[in-house]
Write a protein that binds this ligand. Sequence first.
Ligand code: SF4
Length: 303
Amino acid sequence: MNIIFGPINSRRFGKSLGIDLSPTKKQCNFDCLYCELEPAKTIESYKDIISVEDIIKAIKESLKTHSDIDVLTVTANGEPTLYPYLKELILEINKIKGDIKTLILSNGSTISSKKIQEALMLFDTVKLSLDCATSKCLKKLDRAYNSITIESIKEGMVEFKKEFRGVFIIEILIVKGINNKDSEIEELNKFLLKLNPIRIDIGTIDRPPAYKVEALSYEELREISLKFSSSLPIYIASRKKVTSKPSFYSKNEIIDTIKKRPLTQDDINVLFNKRSKDIIKEILDRGELKIVNSSGYNFFVIN
Ligand code: SF4
């Protein structure tokens, strides 16, 4: 039983040690088409439960070997917020972690529960998935346990965001032919403007999925990112499928592109050729562009 995995180096969080709250089998209230784990029947609560003591013991052991960890990432083979002692666990983690930050990755399904909100408040960073803004999409893509509604997820997120003082990130995974439709993006946009998270990561399938579904290319994700309001802090997190070569953009084209959606260095590397990158540097030096850090990522924006 491997409760601890990693460490993994992440650009955003540094050296991260993973904590798996369901190390024996997949336990999830979603059965997402794109899941990288085997398909499994959805559940309402964990059946296989490991004790807080065992988890803390495993963390302490691992920290003896890895003394330079930046973040402890709570996750699961499934949904970590279904772990029944999540609040007790994070209270214990906070006692032993010292300067290390804490992060939880959740599918967001349980966020309307007061008990879950109380537990998540104790993390430094909370990253929740929100692939869909309509119940039709939630049923089709995330195949949620039947008592879960999109309304309760959305209400719970808004409620939680009001009180949470840490870093709150939303992640959207986009699947071809399902949630890349204009109507779904429109609904997501409407809700995200209301929610106002610190960052929104949009990505697509990067690993072999549980069911036969298709990923989008980087260019398609960028097209989608442009359909969201330009005030939303969107970061394109998937670059595995890049279909075009870097091209030349004139100064005006660069300014227009950045006006529509701020770019990260990764976007610049994919989109612009060497000459265009030199132009970006010149515009930056002249003060027409500036770099703004949004929760760990640098964005090039108009000054
Ligand atoms: S929420 Fe995560 S673990 Fe659960 S089915 Fe979806 S992708 Fe898999």
